[in-house]
Design a protein around this ligand. Structure first.
Ligand code: M6R
Length: 606
């Protein structure tokens, strides 16, 4: 939540590049934005409610002068998303500006103390205590850097900070504690940012900061210190190749649509992740007494399906847990014999990182699957697998979900073989089947897209949706529901189809659309029973099933015909029509699917 960037150039104004970088961070929050620069001895600040492009026109962000600056795109936590609460925040004398991603837990106590001392606060944010506290230390005789160090030593919570000031006008300070922050280095300047992608237009040479580190960027280079003991940390930049194409919509109206259609290509990458890491992970899983598989939102749906396929293919029991519930539900049994497999496309979801921090404190083995190189998750895992789905910009996870599933299938296959639960012949057959999935997805996209567009027209005015599935496709029903509600705002629920008669059926009345995910697997005959139950109550049945399944077709009001495939792998192709259904419904309702209200791509607050 919230994206920050700071740039210091030797002989070029920074504002245009700040806007460029900020645009790449917009996925982290987009209710307001702001920039501060230092120009001719003045601290200039422009900020307001709204999206970056519209604010750039309104406030002339990219016209701001100055060779040093910081910028912010916000997802509101403390204080409404309005101009006053937008970042950067400044001190009483307008000499210090701060941008912040995270939450300062003890801000109330610091604020009360500063108000008693006469500081005047303009916003309702937690962040504003930071410039005032720095100012306070300076007024008490500390130099700027010392004042910053004293200030951050007092902060509790999660924070990535960018700070500039008139006290050292050619310096940017970056601070990292729990929220991500990277440093970029180039011939022409120095950078800090919330992620590596946002630096991709400027440099490939980056340093990932660790928790408790502070960096001072100047024209002479960078200095990193450990905040706790003020000792220097020697870190050299690493060169990271970033595919900058991700930033382009490549002719699609929205990133979400582009990313849905990208799936056949990137699934090929995810299926082919390096065997070496799959083996290492499988070995560690095999040795564990308990395995937990955790995630949030869509990644939790991947975890749920992952637990089913680890059981089915590798005969491993892995307990799926929503990350934010992990400690409360299983904290007491986590030990050195446990493994926690965390799934997170961003690798920065705080609920996941907190669960891992706890598991680590109990000496559990931490494993991860992520789409983001150098993310915090990759740094705390004993083994992680990079899923190679290429960066995802749309807030709704699509290609990263199917990529996570592809990796989990491969992991289950490797673990199954290692544990003697799969013969070489079975393994080879499964490999042939999984290798077909990208082209099956391509076929689905070609055939199903026009059908789903029409369905969206028919159902976009519905009051609510119900999504039902069984077995491996229950997580797909959950995912179809999440896609629908998060980008269309149509209330939707999802259940295992068998459970629907234990409550949700009371919502069914004439015309309520019930979407069944019904591939021809062992659950099909039970699904038919559930369809009959819904039909008897005059629900409108929309089914995703195999093309020649006439029995299902006859029971359905609308039918999304899928190609033949091995049902074991059906969750990947079967989620695609649901992604499209949500997308086209959102468009018809005039929603922005790339930036749904109240959401952000990377959720870094608890
Ligand atoms: O980066 P992560 O995979 O950890 O993100 C988890 C969720 O925040 C994410 O999947 C969210 O639910 C998406 N908006 C779903 O489309």
């Amino acid at each position: 939540m919230c994206g920050i960037i700071g740039i210091l150039y030797k002989n070029k104004h920074v504002a245009t590049d700040l806007v460029k970088g900020l645009k790449l961070l917009e996925y982290r929050g987009y209710d307001s934005a702001g920039i501060a620069t230092i120009s001719n001895g003045n601290l200039l600040v422009e900020k307001d409610r709204g999206r970056i492009d519209e604010l750039n026109i309104k406030l002339g962000f990219d016209q701001m002068s100055g060779y040093v600056g910081i910028a912010h795109t916000r997802w509101a936590t403390h204080g409404a998303p309005d101009k006053i609460n937008a970042h950067p925040h400044t001190d009483c004398d307008n000499r210090i500006a701060v941008v912040h991603n995270g939450i300062i837990d003890n801000y109330n106590e610091i604020k009360a103390e500063l108000i008693r001392k006469g500081h005047v606060f303009k916003s309702l944010t937690d962040t504003e205590v930071i410039p005032h506290l720095i100012e306070d230390y300076i007024k008490n005789g500390y130099g700027f850097r010392e004042a910053v160090l004293e200030t951050v030593s007092r902060l509790e919570g999660a924070y990535a900070l960018g700070i500039i000031s008139l006290y050292e006008p050619e310096v940017i300070v970056g601070v990292k504690q729990l929220s991500p922050l990277v440093v970029g280095v180039s011939e022409s300047g120095m950078y800090i940012a919330s992620d590596i992608n946002s630096l991709s237009p400027f440099t490939k040479d980056v340093i990932v900061l660790d928790d408790g580190e502070i960096v001072f960027l100047s024209l002479d280079g960078y200095e990193i210190l450990k905040i706790a003991n003020r000792q220097k940390v020697d870190k050299q930049p690493m060169t990271i190749e970033i595919d900058t194409q991700f930033a382009d919509k490549e002719g699609y109206v929205h990133y979400m649509l582009k990313e849905i259609f990208e799936q056949p290509v990137v699934l090929n990458y995810s299926i082919r992740v390096q065997e070496h890491y799959l083996n290492l992970m499988a070995e560690l899983l095999d040795r564990s007494k308990e395995i937990f598989i955790i995630g949030a939102g869509t990644s939790y749906h991947a975890a749920l399906l992952g637990s089913m396929i680890l059981s089915r293919i590798a005969r491993l029991t892995a307990i799926p847990v929503i990350a934010s519930e992990f400690v409360a539900q299983y904290g007491d049994v986590v030990s050195v014999d446990s493994s926690v497999l965390a799934i997170s496309q961003s690798g920065e979801t705080i609920d996941v990182l907190k669960a891992i921090e706890f598991a680590k404190s109990r000496a559990a083995t931490i494993l991860g699957i992520t789409n983001t190189l150098a993310s915090t998750l990759t740094r705390v895992c004993r083994v992680y697998i990079h899923q190679h789905s290429l960066p995802e910009i749309g807030v709704a996870a699509t290609k990263t979900f199917t990529g996570q599933l592809a990796v989990l299938y491969r992991l289950a296959m490797v673990a199954g073989k290692m544990r003697g639960k799969l013969s070489q012949r079975e393994m080879d057959e499964m490999k042939i089947e999984i290798n077909k999935i990208p082209s099956i997805v391509k076929n689905v996209l070609d055939k199903v897209d026009p059908v789903v567009r029409e369905l969206a027209k028919k159902y976009s005015k519905t009051k609510y949706f119900i999504f039902l599935g069984r077995g491996l496709n229950y997580p797909i029903a959950l995912e179809g529901r999440l896609k629908m509600l998060e980008i269309t705002y149509i209330p939707s629920l999802a259940y295992p189809a068998g459970e629907s008669k234990h409550g949700p059926i009371s919502l069914v009345e004439e015309g309520v659309p019930v979407v069944f995910v019904a591939p021809p697997d062992e659950t099909r005959k039970f699904i038919i029973g559930n369809m009959e139950e819904m039909k008897a109550r005059k629900a409108t049945i929309i089914t995703i099933g195999e093309a020649d399944d006439t029995e299902l077709m006859e029971l359905s009001d609308d039918y999304i015909a899928m190609p033949k495939m091995n049902p074991l792998f059906s969750p990947i192709p079967y989620v695609v029509p649901l992604q499209l259904f949500a997308y086209y419904t959102a468009i018809l309702l005039g929603r922005d699917p790339d930036k749904p209200r109240n959401l952000a791509k990377s959720v870094t607050v608890l």
